[in-house]
Design a protein around this ligand. Structure first.
Ligand code: COD
Ligand code: ZN
Length: 370
């Protein structure tokens, strides 16, 4: 058993508290990882607010980490102590019908099918003050050491800087893949990205890499516009500057609406606005944000009947174990620069400060270091 620090969420609506926790050794098929760095994603904030579906408290959040294998359980063959790894919040068991389907990046072992609040044997490896603490998406990267099933771990290049490539565990691949894999943005096309936080800016980078000629960033926080332009946005607009609905503004700006629209906020009203903003016949709208659990969206069926395609994506469509190591190699080859998303680096003890920066709209990505 290892004793180390972890940021624990004891109950919804409370700040995190950095505690000493005990982390049990990995059982068969599991890997214990020393987390070196972890990003703060809005999804972690949804957990703290208690609006992420099917999370059990107390819990150790964090799902955008990178680290080094400390020890492995019986039967683990794909990684060994000392390997650099990224824990995967979307596993790839390699055996289910989704994993066997080359078109799918889903896995039945994911949180959507069965909550990942305990490891597959239905027990936790974390305790604190005599209480069992839940895992989050099997990653729990706000703990200095965490235990994860082997099929939710991706081994990466030894040259990778862990304090940078941790973003390749969630935010960057989610947005970049939504443009490249899910929408399949074509050269010369027009795109609109609703919400330019860390994930939305990664969509902007993906649209640019795919050769889009016009990328319109939509956000109510104008402080984010400079960064969006730096990463490839050609226009930046705030819905608050217009009297008419933003979908009408975008339709006028582009003639018949954009070729691709992306919703990266997670609000029911912006999801429907994004759908209405794309070309009525050939437009593709990709939903990335997850609205609060229990939300229901009602849309005018005519929006779809005229021919629009409405899609959604989990983690940008990447088969995580296969693709994350390749994305790390592309990062090292400088094919994209996800470092531009990092605005703050903080020690784990300042985790609540990191969430304050996110809530105040002052950060894109804060990296926490152990
Ligand atoms: N209109 C326009 N912009 C808005 C509005 C609005 N009404 N409300 C908020 N915004 C802007 C904010 O100013 C901000 O810039 C941006 O939207 C949101 O950015 P962040 O930094 O708060 O969030 P991200 O980029 O870290 O995450 C956004 C998600 C949509 C991915 C997240 O909230 C979410 O829904 N996560 C779950 C979905 C998922 O697949 N996640 C990946 C695995 S965790
Ligand atoms: Zn995330």
């Amino acid at each position: 058993v290892i004793r180390c620090r972890a940021a624990v969420a004891w109950a919804a609506g409370k700040p995190l508290s950095v505690e000493e926790v005990e982390v049990a050794p990995p059982k068969a098929g599991e890997v214990r990882i020393k987390i070196v760095a972890t990003g703060i994603c809005r999804t972690d904030d949804h957990v703290l607010e208690g609006c992420f579906p099917n999370v059990d408290f107390p819990v150790i959040p964090g799902h955008e980490g990178a680290g080094i294998v400390e020890s492995v359980g019986e039967g683990v063959t794909s990684v060994k102590p000392g390997d650099k790894v990224i824990p995967l919040c979307l596993p790839q068991c390699g055996e289910c019908s989704f994993c066997l389907n080359p078109e799918s990046n889903y896995c039945v072992k994911s949180h959507v099918s069965e909550p990942q609040n305990l490891l597959p044997d239905k027990t936790s490896r974390f305790t604190c003050k005599g209480k069992q603490i839940h895992h989050f998406l099997w990653v729990s990267s706000f703990a200095e050491y965490t235990v994860i099933p082997e099929y939710a771990v991706a081994k990466i290049d030894t040259a990778a800087p862990l304090d940078k490539v941790c973003l390749l565990g969630c935010g960057f691949p989610t947005g970049y893949g939504a443009a490249i894999n899910t929408a399949k943005v074509k050269p010369g096309s027009t795109c609109a990205v609703f919400g330019i936080g860390g994930v939305g800016l990664s969509v902007v980078m993906g649209c640019k890499a795919a050769g889009a000629s016009r990328i319109i960033a939509v956000d109510i926080n104008k402080d984010k516009f400079a960064k969006a332009k730096e990463l490839g946005a050609t226009d930046c607009i705030s819905p608050q500057d217009f009297k008419k609905p933003i979908q009408e503004v975008l339709t006028e700006m582009t003639g018949h609406g954009v070729d691709y629209s992306f919703e990266v906020i997670g609000h029911v009203d912006t999801i429907t606005a994004a759908l209405a903003s794309c070309n009525m016949n050939t437009g593709i709208c990709v939903m990335i944000g997850v609205p609060a659990s229990g939300s229901v969206i009602s849309v005018d069926p005519m929006l779809l009947l005229s021919g629009r395609t409405w899609k959604a994506t989990l983690l940008g469509g990447w088969k995580m174990r296969d693709c994350i190591p390749k994305l790390v190699s592309s990062y090292l080859e400088k094919k994209f620069n996800s470092d531009l998303l990092i605005t703050h680096t903080l020690p784990i003890i300042k985790v609540n400060e990191g969430f304050e920066l996110l809530r105040a709209g002052k950060s894109i990505r804060s990296i926490l270091l152990f």
